[in-house]
Design a protein around this ligand. Structure first.
Ligand code: ADP
Length: 524
């Protein structure tokens, strides 16, 4: 003992059976070891850095007290000597939690456990105590050696843990989702109120179940995988699956698992989200979509038929108007020539509109097939330029073709791609300014080829951009004198998509626009 301040009375001193006596006697017989090299006093001194030691008589009256006890309790050593150890016990000797300790002492047995002590200021603190009886020659207990360690901070941590666990359990109980805690072998160790509702099992039955009993046969291996994943990868995992209720009903659930500490052990926390309503909604949506798609197809078929029906009389109108216009035997009067030209203009416009509607409806009904094949880019762009040239001249617009490698080949349906480029080119000329410019340029990457059609035209207002690819949307041009159906870009984009491509635009109002189409590059 480091600081035993008062020697024991001579007749109370332990004889050969005392701690020191027993140790020295044993040491004499043994070969030199650490314990024989180090004097028992030094050993005790070292130990008492962590352990507070005191000696009592068989009744628990303090005979020798170490300085650490004084530090812990706030009493001076001389104040404690001769007093009962019970002075230090919080709640006194009769307190329920202290009774077992006191009874062991009375029976001369050793005791080990946790006790709550009270210091001089009345503040409580926790110690872990080992009370070792020292038996005299007569066989009776002469002394007790009490060695104690302050475990207050450990107790505080334990209490905090308990607190957070209580809070976790309270939160779990209030949660709207079913929560199950499963031990490492898959047995349920806790469940909340919602889990009882979702599974149909009362809690006491749930806590006797293995997690596998809560899922149908065909989902068991997936559940096992899920738990394995959570344990091995130490991260939360999520899966959709089925829950098997007590009444044998199957409930679709989203299952999310995580490993947590609960009650001092690692457990898997499984949160089950009943998605019956969502699944019902999804099924309804799918049903509604199927109905809508069927209606859409019927509409497309109707449009396609009606368009064919309209074309026949329209072709007759256009044909006869052309005959009237070109009849040299009976030439038209100037006034009539003007009127027939109006009939022809309106007729061509109507035919263009019917053609566009027909194309769009055949794309939408899935009736349009594309035939993808390698297309040399430079050659195709030259053809487009030549076809657009008359319109460009008519509108005083310069057409330019930026240099393109003759070897560059992309994959597309040649006829459809040409249709798209002519549409973009026509728009670039139509919506241009006087003396404006339209240019075709190409950017080739390893996998894709982009063709840009740029103009120095009127551009598109930013707020109108979002409507650009909507059918019949002419962004205000319907009031102007440039003819159009508002379908060209919709068709162009759909065709681009059918050819595994994309079609997009960059535009600045008053400055110009660049429409582009991206397509797969052909392998060399
Ligand atoms: P249409 O030209 O028959 O009206 P489109 O679908 O080809 O139909 O184009 C839709 C609208 O987009 C046009 O009416 C026009 O307002 C606008 N637009 C298309 N291309 C350009 C362009 N290059 N510059 C400015 N506006 C354009």
């Amino acid at each position: 003992m480091a600081h035993a301040t008062q020697p024991l009375p001579e007749n109370d001193r332990p004889s050969s059976s005392s701690i020191r006596g027993v140790r020295s006697a044993a040491a004499e017989k043994r070969p030199p070891t650490l314990s024989t090299v180090l004097a028992p006093e030094r050993l005790l001194e070292a130990v008492s850095q962590h352990i507070a030691v005191c000696v009592t008589d068989s009744q628990g009256i303090l005979l020798q007290v170490d300085e650490r006890i004084s530090q812990l309790s706030g009493y001076r050593v001389d104040e404690l000597l001769g007093k009962s150890y019970g002075l230090l016990l919080s709640g006194g000797e009769m307190e329920q939690s202290n009774r077992a300790f006191w009874q062991s002492l009375a029976a001369g047995r050793s005791w080990k456990g946790e006790l709550k002590l009270k210091n001089r200021q009345g503040e409580e603190f926790w110690i872990e105590l080992t009370a070792t009886p020292i038996v005299g020659d007569s066989g009776g207990v002469m002394f007790y050696v009490f060695s104690q360690t302050d475990i207050t901070s450990f107790k505080q941590v334990e209490a905090a843990l308990q607190n957070s666990e209580d809070r976790h359990r309270a939160l779990m109980e209030q949660a709207n989702e079913a929560i199950l805690l499963v031990d490492m072998d898959g047995w349920l160790v806790a469940a909340n109120r919602r889990a009882e509702e979702v599974t149909g099992y009362p809690r006491d039955e749930l806590l006797n179940l293995h997690m596998q009993q809560l899922v149908p046969e065909n989902f068991r291996h997936r559940l096992l995988d899920l738990h394995q994943e959570v344990l091995e990868k130490r991260r939360d995992a999520f899966r959709g699956g089925m829950l098997l209720r007590k009444d044998d009903r199957l409930v679709p659930v989203d299952l999310s698992c995580a490993v947590i500490e609960s009650g001092g052990q690692r457990v898997i926390q499984s949160i089950l989200h009943d998605i019956t309503e969502r699944k019902k909604l999804e099924a309804e949506l799918i049903r509604a979509r199927v109905v809508a798609e069927r209606a859409n197809r019927a509409k497309s078929v109707f449009i396609s038929r009606i368009s064919h029906e309209l074309r026949t009389p329209l072709n007759a109108i256009l044909g006869f108007a052309q005959l009237l216009e070109s009849d040299e035997e009976i030439p038209l009067a100037d006034r009539h020539r003007e009127e027939v030209s109006q009939i022809l203009n309106a007729g061509w416009h109507l035919l263009e509109l019917i053609d566009d509607i027909l194309s769009l409806s055949s794309i939408e009904s899935g009736g349009l097939r594309v035939e993808l094949a390698p297309v040399p880019v430079a050659e195709l762009l030259r053809e487009c330029r030549d076809l657009l040239d008359p319109l460009a001249r008519e509108r005083n617009v310069t057409l330019a073709l930026m240099p393109v490698s003759e070897n560059l080949v992309l994959v597309a349906d040649r006829v459809r791609l040409k249709e798209v480029l002519l549409n973009l080119g026509t728009n670039a000329i139509k919506y241009n300014k006087i003396n404006g410019c339209v240019s075709f340029s190409v950017v080739a990457e390893t996998e894709r080829v982009r063709i840009n059609v740029s103009d120095t035209g009127i551009g598109i207002r930013p707020e109108k951009m979002q409507h650009l690819f909507e059918p019949f949307e002419r962004l205000g041009q319907e009031d102007g004198n440039i003819h159009g159906s508002g379908l060209g870009l919709v068709i162009a984009r759909r065709l681009a998509e059918l050819m595994d491509g994309n079609l997009g635009v960059w535009s600045e109002f008053g400055v110009g626009s660049t429409f582009w189409i991206d397509l797969p590059r052909a392998r060399e």
